[in-house]
Design a protein around this ligand. Structure first.
Ligand SMILES: Nc1ncnc2c1ncn2[C@@H]1O[C@H](COP(=O)(O)OP(=O)(O)OP(=O)(O)O)[C@@H](O)[C@H]1O
Ligand SMILES: [Mg+2]
Length: 309
């Protein structure tokens, strides 16, 4: 038996969930204004569990972690009262619980997850930051943190790859940065062509063999597409060092072979990774992973947009 079991909490778990919440919040420093967690009762927890659900973590059969969900925002999945029994810290309880919560959010078709955290608790904030949560707002007493969930899709044909790019383009605006990775022939340029079509920019978009980057101006009133092939840069340069003849702020920038180039230099980017997958003997398709980074993508409907029509 594995040491940790994370499961969705049923009504019969209300008492166990409340116990963990009280043990966890009971040892926190008193903040101003104080948390209302200590006012929760079996009744209040049972009500939330019946309306929105929650999680309970058992360690060797004992309840050691809990949270309750908040479904009040459409498309976004809220986590509340994220609690680990202080006597059972350092065993990965919180990480396991958050991983399952993100799976539940995905299962419910949510684009992202949000929660509130107290600025006075830097360790709590860095826990969430390490998991890709970013600040999306604040009120007098607490910060709102959010994360857009990564999406994985299977693309049966090159046309699917192109169409996905076209649908993604509907989400894009000037200043956006997209980093395309995957091996040789993975479909990066095909995806860029779809994005270009969706943005209505002047083509053709091809693998830039000699040029490192090309600017494709908008045929309408929208942003230009800057298409960069960083293959020969070897990852040593930074995007800022490229002599791009269009400003990144005014364009949508798509970088093939760009991983390693932007991490740490930009707050916001969309990572798109393509990998071949064998659909049937001798018949290759692709799997694409779309992973958003930074506050720009919080609340952006990546999941719905990347679903096949
Ligand atoms: N989902 C898919 N299923 C099958 N084939 C695909 C798919 N997507 C793209 N392809 C095909 O893969 C080939 C390579 O595509 P593409 O040139 O876009 O790859 P690339 O990643 O840009 O390559 P490079 O590494 O040379 O830059 C093309 O023949 C394209 O039609
Ligand atoms: Mg290419």
């Amino acid at each position: 038996m594995s040491a940790l079991t994370v499961r969705e909490a049923g009504l019969e778990d209300a008492e166990a969930v409340l116990g963990v919440i009280h043990r966890a919040f009971g040892v926190r420093p008193v903040l101003d204004p104080p948390s209302t967690a200590m006012h929760e009762t079996v009744e209040s927890v049972r009500t939330v569990l019946s309306e929105a659900g929650g999680l309970l973590v058992l360690r060797r059969g004992l309840p050691v972690g809990a949270m309750i969900f908040d479904r009040s925002r459409s498309g976004l999945f809220g986590l509340r009262r994220v609690s680990v029994d202080p006597a059972h810290q350092g065993h990965g309880v919180a990480s396991a619980m958050v991983g399952v919560a993100e799976d539940v959010a995905e299962h419910h078709g949510c684009d992202g997850v949000w929660l509130t955290a107290r600025e006075e608790l830097p360790e709590t904030l860095s826990f969430w930051q390490r998991r890709g949560y970013v600040r999306i707002g604040a009120d007098e007493s607490s910060l709102q943190l959010g994360k857009t969930l990564p999406v994985t899709r299977t693309l049966l044909t090159a046309e699917d790859t192109r169409q996905l790019g076209t649908r993604l383009a509907g989400l894009l605006r000037a200043g956006d940065l997209l980093v395309l990775s995957g091996g040789l022939g993975a479909g990066k340029t095909t995806l860029a062509q779809g994005i270009g079509a969706g943005l209505s920019v002047r083509g053709p978009i091809t693998s830039p063999t000699y040029a490192i980057s090309r600017v494709h101006p908008s045929l309408l009133d929208g942003p230009a597409l800057v298409h960069v092939d960083a293959y020969r840069l070897g990852g040593a340069a930074e995007l800022d060092d490229l002599d791009l003849d269009a400003s990144l702020e005014e364009s949508v920038t798509v970088v093939e072979w760009g991983s390693g180039l932007v991490e740490g230099h930009s707050d916001d980017w969309l990572e798109l990774r393509l990998d071949p997958v064998e659909l049937a003997p001798g018949e290759d398709g692709r799997v694409i992973g779309v992973r958003p980074h930074g506050p720009r993508w919080v609340g952006v409907p990546l999941r719905a947009t990347t679903l096949a029509p």
